[in-house]
Write a protein that binds this ligand. Sequence first.
Ligand SMILES: *Cc1c(COP(=O)(O)O)cnc(C)c1O
Length: 367
Amino acid sequence: MRWKEQLLKLTPYQPGKSINEVKRQYGLSDIVKLASNENPFGCSEKVQSEIANFTGKLSIYPDGYATDLRLKLAENLGVKPEQLILGNGSDEIIQMISRGLLSPETNTVMAAPTFPQYKHNGIIEGCEIREIPLTDGAHDLEAMFAAIDKKTAVVWLCSPNNPTGIYIKEADLQAFLSQVPEDVLVVLDEAYFEYVSADDFHDSLKLLEDYKNVIVLRTFSKIYGLASLRVGYGIANEETIAALEPAREPFNVNTLAQAAAIAAIEDQDFVEKCKQENMAGLEQFYQFCDETGLRYYPSQGNFILIDFATDGQEVFQFLLERGFIVRSGKALGFPTSVRITVGSREQNAGVIEKIKEYLRVNTVISK
Ligand SMILES: *Cc1c(COP(=O)(O)O)cnc(C)c1O
C-alpha cells in the first residue's frame, strides 16, 4: 500500500508504563505514578457525582458543537463562543492545526526539546521541521524568529514548556509576536496554565486581541484531572476558528466528557487547592535538590526535570523497581535527567526517599 513514506519512519507514541504492568513485573502492591503529569488529587467531587448521576442517552451522538460546554467556557474566559474550538484532548487540536496548515510545501518552527506531538504531526503532514534548541530550558525566541521564512506556516510555543517547566517571559513573547508575519499561525500551548504562579506570565486573552494569528491551547487533562475523558480547547480569533472547524471530526468530544468538563469548571476551589498543593510540592523538590546539589529547572508546571548527571534511564529503573513510575529523560531529550510529576506531599516525600537511597548506593558526581 502507498503509505506516506514518512509514516514508515515514525513509531507510535510510547506511553509511560501503566500501574498494573509495573505491579505484575516487579511483584509490588503499591505503585505511585508520577510520569504523565496527571493530577495526583484526581478530579473534583462535583465531576465524580456528575458522572455517577449521569442520565444522558449513550445511544445518541454527542452535541457536535458542545454547546453547553462552549457557552460555559466562553462565559468563564470572557470570550465569544465563536472564538473556541473543542478537541478530544488538546492533542487533537494540534492534529487539526497540522492537517489544516502543514504540507510538504511548508515548514514549521518549534523548540527542542518540547512537547513531541508538534513534530510528530508535522512529520506526518510531510512538512519541513525546524527545531530550535532551548537555551537553559527556555525557548530561544530570537533564533525561532530567525528560522521563520516565507514557507513557515506554524510556530509552536509551549509555555510552560514540557519537559522543562520554564515559561516564556511576557516581554519576550510580545517582542516575538510583534515581529512574526501575520500569515504565520503561532500556537501557544498552555496545558499547564492553571498551575502557573509567576506574576509576569502573559495575559493570553489580551494577546489574542492584539494578534489575530495566535491560538491558545488549554486542556482539562492536567489540573482539572480529566485526562481519561479527553477534552481540550483552543481560543483564537473568530476567523481562525472558522478556518479550523472543517478539520474537526463532527462528534469529537463525547457526551460524558462535555458534562464532566462543565462540572469541572464550576469547581474552581478544587483547581485552587491543586495549584497550592503543587506549589508546596515543588518546594519539597527544590529544597531536596538544593540540599543535595542536584540541578533542576524551576517549574511553572506540575512536574520537575531533575538532572542526575548520570544515565537518567538508570535512575528511572531504580525508582521503578521501588514502586515509583517517573519519566526517563532519555525519551524527552534530556538523557541525564528524569521528569517527575509533582504528587501529593506524601508521594513526593516517598519518591525523594528513594532518590536519596539511589544517591547513597551510587556515586553521583553532582555539579
Ligand atoms: C499533556 C499535554 C498536552 C495534551 O493534553 P491533552 O489535552 O490530554 O491532549 C498538550 N500539550 C502539552 C504541553 C502537554 O503537556
